[in-house]
Ligand binder design. Structure first.
Ligand code: SAH
Length: 348
């Protein structure tokens, strides 16, 4: 098994059969080697730096009905909110003061945020914070919409492909949603010059090792600048309420594999990983991750952006607890970077 890890490290790829063996192995020595080579690879390209992104959750309204997600439109118990222009700008002001140089505006697919509404907000942030990166994560939109938002000043876009296997994708999403559409969006974003982030959930219902391999292969085709993966965590008001969640171990395994397959990618230690395990994020950072995305949303709405049960949004997860987050990062030997943190080799 160690040979497979070494091959993945030296060649950046292995066969499907080898991937399958590595994903399922319980060989402790191989797992340890994967972790240390993932860390070595991240340090080769990014040193000890950890980039911070301030996450502003702009709306919990969503027209979609993804089976795993707590803010799906048919969840009548969801407490919905949307931020005003003023609230979004004040999050940025607060974030800038706290030292953030990337703002991520994420939300459900809220029809309220038309291009005519969102573009002037993007332009205003662009104008006020020329040294900051603007990242959007607003789901599927038209090519023209992505184009207008880019022109208004957005730099990056996060849209997980969620599942690269057609059949699994259709089990996780309503019939109105298509894997093909998702892929088309991702390739449009890339063509428009966005730095693109994609990814998937680990341990989603019905997901097998074959599906995970398909996800890795799709990512090789897309070559995104960022890859976001986190464990699936059930939400009590969804059809998947009674399903098992993804594990920390499997998530870490995939993070290590991804770092070796995509040496220069930006890899966040996600909130979901921090939610299922108190030291999940630290372990992620030691297994190739180099990004953390603290919550910069107004405190009053944080609980309402309720994607899955027990989602952490306070304590060290909160942007205002930056000093304590910094201490945790330094305690494991890494350092918080003040830079925008673009992917290496990507000219902006
Ligand atoms: N509407 C935007 C933002 C979605 S929320 C979009 O479609 O891109 C961001 C991510 O949270 C999703 O891509 C999904 O992978 C993840 N997510 C949603 N529900 C989850 C759950 N129950 N457990 C873990 N992750 C979840």
């Amino acid at each position: 098994m160690k040979k497979i890890v070494e091959k993945l490290y030296s060649q950046g790829d292995v066969t499907d059969n080898e991937l399958e063996a590595l994903i399922n192995t319980s060989d402790e020595a191989a797992i340890k080697l994967l972790q240390s080579l993932a860390d070595k690879t991240r340090q080769k390209f990014y040193g000890k730096k950890v980039y911070l992104r301030g996450l502003i959750e702009i709306s919990s309204y969503c027209r979609n009905n993804c089976l795993y997600c707590g803010i799906r439109c048919s969840n009548k118990d969801a407490d919905r909110y949307r931020l005003s222009r003023e609230e979004i700008l004040s999050c940025c002001e607060n974030g800038y003061r706290l030292g953030f140089r990337t703002f991520v505006m994420q939300g459900g697919e809220d029809p309220y945020f038309t291009d005519d509404i969102i573009c002037p907000i993007i332009a205003e942030i662009r104008d006020k914070y020329p040294d900051c990166a603007i990242t959007l994560s607003l789901g599927e939109r038209s090519y023209e919409s992505y184009r207008r938002m880019k022109e208004a000043g957005a730099d990056r876009y996060l849209l997980r492909h969620e599942a690269a296997d057609e059949e699994l994708y259709s089990k996780l999403h309503p019939e109105s949603m298509r894997l093909e559409t998702r892929k088309k969006c991702l390739f449009s974003l890339r063509e428009l010059g966005y730095q693109v982030g994609s990814g998937f959930m680990v341990g989603a219902p019905f997901q097998t090792t074959k599906h995970l391999i398909a996800d890795l292969r799709f990512l090789q085709e897309l070559q995104p600048q960022m890859i976001g993966i986190g464990p699936f965590v059930p939400h009590h008001c969804t059809p998947f309420a009674g399903e098992k969640g993804g594990t920390t171990e499997l998530t870490l395994r995939l993070l290590g594999i991804i770092r070796l397959m995509f040496p220069e990618v930006l890899l966040p230690a996600t909130t979901a990983l921090g939610t299922i395990s108190p030291d999940g994020r630290e372990r992620g950072l030691m297994t190739g991750c180099n990004v953390v995305m603290p919550n910069l949303s107004p405190v009053g709405v944080r609980k309402k952006y309720d994607l899955y049960d027990n989602k952490i949004s306070s304590g060290d997860e909160a942007a205002e607890c930056r000093d304590s987050l910094r201490k945790r990062i330094e305690a494991i030997g890494y350092e918080v970077s003040q830079e925008r943190g673009d992917a290496t080799g990507f000219t902006v």
